[in-house]
Ligand binder design. Structure first.
Ligand SMILES: Cc1cc2nc3c(=O)[nH]c(=O)nc-3n(C[C@H](O)[C@H](O)[C@H](O)COP(=O)(O)OP(=O)(O)OC[C@H]3O[C@@H](n4cnc5c(N)ncnc54)[C@H](O)[C@@H]3O)c2cc1C
Length: 377
C-alpha cells in the first residue's frame, strides 16, 4: 500500500528536525523518514560527550532552544602545536597590528553574517548570500588570497592556520573566505560544549517519524514518489531532502557539491604524556597526524586524527579506546558551489551544503517549513 503525506522530510539531523518542528508548531501534516535522530549530533552512551558536532556559538539563537549549554571553550584554554613549537595565543602580540586588523575583519563579517541569517528565515540561503555584495565576494574568494590581500598573512599563518585546520580538518588554501571567517569568528566570540535535547525537539511528533532509508525520489504527475530501503512507497506533495550533502547529491541528481573533509574520532581514557597536560584543548598543525585533542570533564579525551592507525603511546602513558568513529564525510566545506533550496516545484534541499554548522543548517529547515506553510493549497 502506498502511504500519502502532504510533506515528507528525508533526514532527521538538525535541519530535518528543525523543519519538522516548525511544521508541527504550525499544525501542518508531515512524515519524517530518517535513519536516526540527530544525524551528525552523536554522543557517548551517557549522552555527555559529543562525538560529532561539538560546540555551539553564542550566536546560535535557534539551536540554543534545543541544547543544554556546557563548558565554555576559551581561546586562552588552547595550546597550539606546529612542527617547531608549542605556544599560546598570548604570543601573537608580536603581530599586534595584524591581530587588530583581523579582529576588525571578523567584526565586519559577523555584522553581515548575522543579517544574512535573519534573512534566511524567509529567503533561501543562496538568495541571502547573493543579496549581500560583501558576503557574496567572500563566498567566491579563496581564503589564502583574502588573507594576503588584507595584510594579515603572518598572524593567520602562525596562529589561526592551526586553529582552522584542527577544527575544520581543512587547510586554508582549500576553502573560500566566507567559510574561513565563519569558523574564525569564534576566535573572538564565545563557544560552548552542549548536550542535545533530542526529546525536546521531537516533542509531539514522535509518531510521525519512520526509521527507514530513502533510496529514490521520482516525480509522478502531481506528487513525488519516495521509495525506501525497506521496500515502502510514499507519495507526497512536498519533499524536503535533509540528508548530508553527499547523500542529497545522489537523491536529487545534483551536478556538483562542495568537496568533503573527513576525520577519525577516538574517545580515549588514559594518562596523557606531560606535553599535553596543562590545558583542555590542544590544536595541531597540518604536519601532525592529529587535528586536536580535547580534555573532557570526566577525565577522558577526544582525539581527532586524519590517520586510521595511531600509535597512542606517543600521547598516552596508558590508554583504553572507549569509542571510535570515522566521519566520512565530516562536512563539505571545500569549494564555492552555492545551491538553491527549491530544486524543483515543492522539492526542497536543506542542510549544510552551502554553509557548515548546526545553526545555519537549522535555519535552512525553518526556511523550507516557512515555504510550505505559506503555500496556497
Ligand atoms: C566531527 C564533526 C564535528 C562538527 N563540529 C561542529 C561544531 O562543533 N559546531 C557546529 O555547529 N557544527 C559542527 N559540525 C557540523 C554539523 O554537525 C553539521 O553541519 C550539521 O549537523 C548538519 O546537519 P544536517 O541535518 O544538515 O545533516 P546530518 O546531521 O548529517 O543529518 C542527516 C540525516 O539524514 C539521515 N539520512 C541519511 N541518509 C538517509 C536516507 N537515505 N534516508 C533517510 N534518512 C537519511 C541521517 O540518518 C541523519 O539523520 C560537525 C560535524 C562533524 C562530523
Amino acid at each position: 500500500m502506498i502511504k500519502f503525506a502532504e510533506t515528507i522530510i528525508i533526514g532527521g539531523g538538525i535541519s530535518g528536525l528543525s523543519c519538522a518542528r516548525k511544521l508541527k508548531d504550525n499544525e501542518k501534516e508531515f512524515l519524517l523518514i530518517t535513519e536516526n535522530i540527530g544525524g551528525r549530533i552523536i554522543s557517548s552512551s551517557d549522552g555527555k560527550i559529543n562525538y560529532g558536532a561539538y560546540f555551539v556559538g553564542s550566536d546560535y539563537g535557534y539551536v540554543k532552544n534545543f541544547v543544554k549549554i556546557g563548558r565554555r571553550i576559551s581561546i586562552f584554554d588552547i595550546k597550539f602545536h606546529n612542527k617547531k613549537n608549542s605556544y599560546f595565543i598570548f604570543s601573537c602580540i608580536k603581530y599586534l597590528l595584524q591581530v587588530i586588523k583581523f579582529i576588525s575583519i571578523l567584526i565586519k563579517f559577523r555584522f553581515h553574517y548575522n543579517n544574512m541569517k535573519k534573512k534566511c528565515e524567509t529567503m533561501s540561503q543562496k538568495e541571502a548570500i547573493e543579496s549581500d555584495k560583501y558576503l557574496f565576494e567572500l563566498y567566491n574568494k579563496k581564503a589564502d588570497k583574502f588573507i594576503k590581500d588584507n595584510g594579515v598573512f603572518d598572524f593567520v599563518d602562525k596562529y589561526l592556520g592551526e586553529a582552522f585546520y584542527a577544527l575544520s580538518f581543512s587547510k586554508i588554501n582549500e576553502v573560500y573566505s566566507f567559510e574561513f571567517l565563519r569558523w574564525m569568528q569564534y576566535f573572538i566570540f564565545s563557544i560552548y560544549e552542549f548536550i542535545f535535547l533530542k526529546d525536546r525537539i521531537i516533542n509531539g511528533f514522535k509518531k510521525k517519524i519512520v526509521f527507514d532509508s530513502a533510496v529514490s525520489i521520482k516525480q509522478d504527475k502531481l506528487f513525488y514518489n519516495i521509495k525506501t530501503l525497506n521496500g515502502k512507497n510514499y507519495l507526497a506533495k512536498n519533499v524536503v531532502v535533509a540528508t548530508s550533502p553527499n547523500i542529497s547529491k545522489n537523491l536529487l541528481n545534483l551536478k556538483k557539491i562542495k568537496k568533503p573533509t573527513n576525520c577519525y574520532m577516538y574517545h580515549v581514557n588514559g594518562n596523557i604524556v606531560d606535553n599535553f597536560h596543562d590545558v583542555d584543548f590542544e590544536l595541531f598543525h597540518e604536519g601532525y597526524e592529529l587535528f586536536n585533542l580535547a580534555y573532557q570533564n570526566d577525565g577522558s579525551y577526544l582525539f581527532y586524527s586524519n590517520h586510521p592507525n595511531i600509535n597512542f603511546y606517543k600521547y598516552f602513558k596508558k590508554y583504553k579506546i572507549l569509542a571510535k568513529k570515522y566521519w566520512n564525510p565530516a562536512f563539505n566545506i571545500r569549494g564555492n558551489e552555492l545551491l538553491d533550496c527549491e530544486i524543483k516545484n515543492n522539492l526542497y534541499l536543506i542542510g549544510d551544503h552551502n554553509i557548515g554548522g548546526l545553526e545555519d543548517s537549522f535555519i535552512t529547515g525553518v526556511y523550507a517549513a516557512n515555504r510550505i506553510i505559506n503555500l496556497k493549497s
